[in-house]
Design a protein around this ligand. Structure first.
Ligand code: ADP
Ligand code: MG
Length: 327
């Protein structure tokens, strides 16, 4: 069983940042609006994520670390309606198989909190009562301690922490109503309060994407009967040499998509030259039955049922926004 989990881990858990991504998605799926992330040694020493979500029932703790025991999806048709970020039910089992792993959780409707400890050698699960506020803390220590080949591929702690910061940034851009605190070696590197109006949203954009983007960005807002596009794009004059500030979210999920790149390039085509790239943070909200997110386990790809419509909405909305910058 452990070997099967380690193989699965190889597919989904590439580095500490992959662990952080899976744990944060679970916290968001649990409805948390406050998330604390503590990292040591670039995540190789420790990843600890505490949330104030719904918690896990005592009886469900062992299921949480067994593969495919997820109850988020019951039938295939649910896939179409799916709003939660996780649905494969193998992340925790995978992470637990390649680390020293502990969960503390207090289910919102239970009197007590419980901890789950996993003995990776004997496959034994130990559950004990523990004091914990409502919500969940997952602790992952010594990642890849038992898979040296994978551990060898890890980079310097600073680099690994950079990947973690990028994951936190993406999720913080996708959930403005959640507060995030990220610490490395006890030092705070990201501290974001919940936001509820345009001004505080822009402040979050500023602290994640830089004040230049915050001050110059044009607001995008457009919708038709099938979908809604919103967010911010840089004016052509503030395009940069590197495509490092490009974020596209579909129903709250980050996506890398050729169609999106193509549409953005087309919208900027007559105002942008010389290998410069527009910066953007864009949100597309669309009926979930119109997108297939189940293309790859890391879930960065999507397939739109009506890709022509999406492309058209993007190009026309962005062009319309860019018109504002013309004299
Ligand atoms: P998936 O997210 O695909 O369902 P995971 O392995 O990531 O699978 O998590 C397994 C299950 O453990 C989840 O379906 C959820 O029920 C529970 N769980 C994991 N993390 C949390 C959390 N932070 N809060 C509440 N429940 C959680
Ligand atoms: Mg998950």
């Amino acid at each position: 069983l452990q070997v099967a989990n380690q193989i699965a881990a190889g597919e989904v858990i590439e580095r500490p940042a992959s662990v952080v991504k899976e744990l944060l998605e679970n916290s968001l799926d649990a409805g948390a609006d406050q998330i604390e992330i503590d990292i040591e040694k670039g995540g190789i020493g420790l990843i600890r994520i505490r949330d104030n979500g719904c918690g896990i029932r005592e009886a469900e703790l062992p299921l949480a670390v067994s593969r495919h025991a997820t109850n988020k999806i019951k039938e295939l048709t649910d896939l179409e309606k799916l709003h939660s970020l996780g649905f494969r039910g193998e992340a925790l089992a995978s992470i637990a198989s390649v680390s020293h792993f502990v969960i503390h959780s207090h289910f919102y409707n239970a009197e007590n909190g419980y901890s789950l400890l996993l003995n990776t050698l004997s496959d034994e699960v130990i559950i004990e009562p523990v004091a914990h506020p409502i919500g969940t803390t997952v602790e992952v220590r010594e990642l890849f301690y038992n898979t040296p080949a994978r551990r060898k591929f890890l980079r310097a702690e600073k680099t690994e922490f950079g990947h973690i910061q990028e994951i936190v940034k993406r999720l913080a851009l996708s959930r403005f109503n959640v507060s995030f605190n990220l610490r490395h070696q006890g030092k705070t590197t990201v501290s974001l309060k919940k936001t509820d109006d345009e001004t505080s949203r822009l402040l979050r954009i500023g602290s994640l994407c830089g004040t230049e983007f915050m001050q110059t960005a044009l607001t995008v807002s457009n919708e038709n009967s099938a979908m809604r596009l919103s967010g911010w794009i840089s004016p052509p004059s503030h395009a940069r040499g590197q495509a490092d500030q490009q974020y596209f979210f579909v129903n709250g999920r980050i996506v890398r998509d050729k169609l999106v790149n193509h549409a953005v390039r087309q919208a900027y085509s007559d105002v942008l030259y010389g290998g410069r790239h527009p910066c953007y943070v864009l949100y597309l909200d669309i009926d979930p039955s119109e997108v297939d997110v189940n293309v790859h386990p890391t879930k960065h790809e999507v397939r739109f049922v009506q890709s022509g419509w999406v492309h058209h909405l993007l190009v026309s909305s962005l062009q319309q926004t860019l018109e504002q910058t013309r004299p």
